[in-house]
Design a protein around this ligand. Sequence first.
Ligand SMILES: O=C(O)CCC(=O)C(=O)O
Length: 272
Amino acid sequence: MSTPLPGFEDFEGPAGAEGPGRPGVSGGHGGSDRLDGAVDSGESGGRHSPADDQSPDRHDSRREIAPGAVHVPGWLTVAQQRELVTACRGWARGPAPIRHTRLPRGGVMSVQTVCIGWHWQPYAYTRTADDVNGARVAEFPVWMVDLGRRALVEAYQDSAAGDGYTPDTALINFYDDQAKLGMHQDKEERSGAPVVSLSIGDTCVFRFGNTETRTKPYTDIELASGDLFVFGGPSRFAYHGVPKVRPGTGDPASGLAGGRLNITMRVTGLDG
Ligand SMILES: O=C(O)CCC(=O)C(=O)O
């Protein structure tokens, strides 16, 4: 992009943070062998590697927020976070670059979003980014399907929970210090399969509500770098949002110098 969007310069990170030829950057495909390797490094059954560099205390504090909605702090290792950041940087550049989504009534979202697999715009999925540049979005990589399956195994503590789970889209959101996301449901998908959410960078307040209304009752939790959040089953269509990001709380070792990155994998249930 000729004029960087607010926050995007942070998302791109300092020049040279990723060396030339690092996997996952070129071509916007995120086809990263290293990411594949890093993500595959878990124990059998999708659990964490013994070589995991996260604090076991955080990881063990898995908590069910509502039926089917589970928070797993510190699930991603720092190495995995870096690989995901690298892949997301590639997708943010294209084929359809990251943008502030324009809403039908004229508003513009403060969050910046790029999609893979299917492109989301309010309120539909298409293969081409018709509200950006018309390009077909990057393929949803096999390694990310695998990551999604491992996430379900971990969140639900059930070795079969990922069986048959085949996410085919991800919305990749970048939040600068001011960005927020209002309470909404993820309901353009024609599938009740769980949503897998991964957070990297600055901590945010994540508001997880109920399926009936944007308002209370809801639970506010802090999503920090490396955290996994899954919502499925009775919570799949719960309202949720991000009222606040806490600037400066991320560790640059994640590969993100500032801001917050969130990846939500979903099953669209669409053909073609
Ligand atoms: O950033 C987050 O944690 C949530 C993202 C989200 O709700 C969405 O993309 O629909």
